[in-house]
Design a binder for this molecule. Structure first.
Ligand code: GAL
Length: 421
């Protein structure tokens, strides 16, 4: 009896100890994101796997809603309640807004140890740093002035390959419509229409015009005949979409091209993740090409993970290990190959990437060298939130026929004239 009591108590002590040790052994991270489509989820699985391989216990808050608007509302509620996640997907200049609130972690020590300043391009660093401190980790770089085309639909519509000019692109979409297909698959949500607008500005005026309009906000640029032409082209595109496009999620529009019901989609290269998840191959099943007129220029957006201040040595240690994983070279290749984006580090080989991925890496580097790389307005990489939101609203109103081309030009000029964003 006595021995068993002693043995029993020894076992319970050991179990308690092991539970404590186990609790200490797998420090936990919580990641808030909006990657819930097929392609996004497949890419996220590589991040989860890499974190778990690092010995981290993975918890996630996955908030449905392409583009992240709902995710940002959830984040605000969590921070206001004092229950910030470890790491959060945050777009563009929004990272600085959180840094200003003093709720982000200073990652400079880790960044110095890992040499991030040497491998992450300066154009990207500015979105991950605030007051010269690394406060976010750039995981991947998407670009937005892409067109995704169904080879089968183009063939049935009698369209021979990639349209090179705007007029050829519109003519090809109209040919697809005549052949009984949707010319342009589109999700009529404001952020998606603003993304199309982003590309059309680049295709119509080029990178210098884009910067003069949205970064420098030159009044004459904003009210120029070129800006009027941008909205005339948006009106052309409206004639190519189907009647059910309003409110459609972006990945459902991509599925229309994958399913050979539509010829084209103008969408960021996260659309490629959907093609890959559906077993489609570039060249064989679909084409990826820059929106005609925007060739040579690239509008980009980072998926940055802002690191929120956490308490306690375990949580801080876990956060540092997660941050290190996110910019690890092998992870950068594994993740971006699936996500459709390109690595946030310049020293990652393109060997594992398909033709579209290789093209994305090459064109981003070339655009950067030629000063033709611009941060996208739609995801807050150009102007501050309130002005970005005004542009998105104006473009959405116009695309839905509630504003004329002339009124849209005037409204954009007025929105960008506001000095205090
Ligand atoms: C973007 C994000 C991409 C993709 C897209 C659609 O903001 O950068 O990774 O998720 O939203 O949800």
């Amino acid at each position: 009896m006595k021995a068993s009591v002693v043995a029993g108590s020894a076992v319970s002590v050991a179990m308690t100890l092991s539970v404590c040790l186990d609790a200490r052994a797998a420090p936990r991270v919580e990641v808030l994101h909006w990657w819930t489509s097929q392609g996004e989820a497949a890419a996220l699985a590589t991040l989860r796997g890499a974190a778990q391989a690092e010995g981290l216990e993975w918890k996630e808050a996955s908030i449905v809603g392409g583009g992240g608007e709902q995710a940002m509302r959830t984040l605000k509620a969590r921070v206001d309640a004092g229950i910030s996640p470890t790491a959060v997907q945050v777009m563009g200049l929004e990272v600085h807004e959180w840094a200003k609130r003093g709720v982000l972690t200073d990652l400079n020590e880790l960044a110095a140890k890992e040499g991030w300043d040497k491998v992450v391009p300066p154009a990207l660093q500015k979105f991950s740093k605030f007051n010269n401190k690394w406060v976010a980790v750039p995981v991947n770089v998407h670009s937005y002035n892409w067109v995704w085309a169904s080879n089968a639909v183009l063939a049935k519509a009698g369209v021979a390959g990639e349209p090179k000019t705007w007029d050829q692109f519109v003519a090809a979409a109209e040919a697809a419509k005549r052949a009984g297909f949707v010319g342009l698959a589109h999700g009529g949500q404001p952020w998606q229409t603003a993304m199309v607008f982003d590309g059309v500005v680049l295709a119509t005026g080029g990178a210098d015009f884009y910067r003069k309009a949205f970064i420098e906000r030159h009044p004459h640029t904003l009210s120029s005949p070129t800006m009027k032409k941008v909205f005339a082209r948006m009106t052309q595109l409206r004639g190519l979409v189907d009647k059910d496009s309003e409110g459609r999620d972006w990945n459902f529009a991509t599925a229309m091209v994958i399913g050979e019901r539509a010829a084209f989609q103008i969408m960021g290269d996260f659309a490629k993740g959907e093609f890959l998840a559906a077993g489609k191959r570039p060249g064989k099943d679909f084409l990826c090409f820059r929106l005609p007129g925007s060739q040579g220029a690239v509008s980009f957006g980072l998926d940055n993970f802002a690191m929120f201040a956490v308490q306690g040595a375990d949580a801080i240690g876990a956060q540092q290990r997660l941050a290190k994983v996110m910019l690890d070279k092998k992870f950068q290749s594994d993740f971006n190959v699936i996500k459709g984006s390109v690595p946030a580090r310049m020293d990652v080989s393109d060997a594992a990437f398909d033709a579209c991925g290789k093209r994305g890496i090459k064109e981003l580097a070339e655009a950067s060298r030629k000063n033709a790389l611009v941060g996208t307005v739609v995801f807050g990489h150009a102007v501050a939130g309130p002005i970005k939101n005004s542009i998105t609203e104006i473009v959405d109103q116009h695309f839905n026929g509630r504003m004329s081309d002339d009124d849209a030009v005037k409204a954009i000029a007025a929105a960008l004239r506001r000095t205090n964003p």
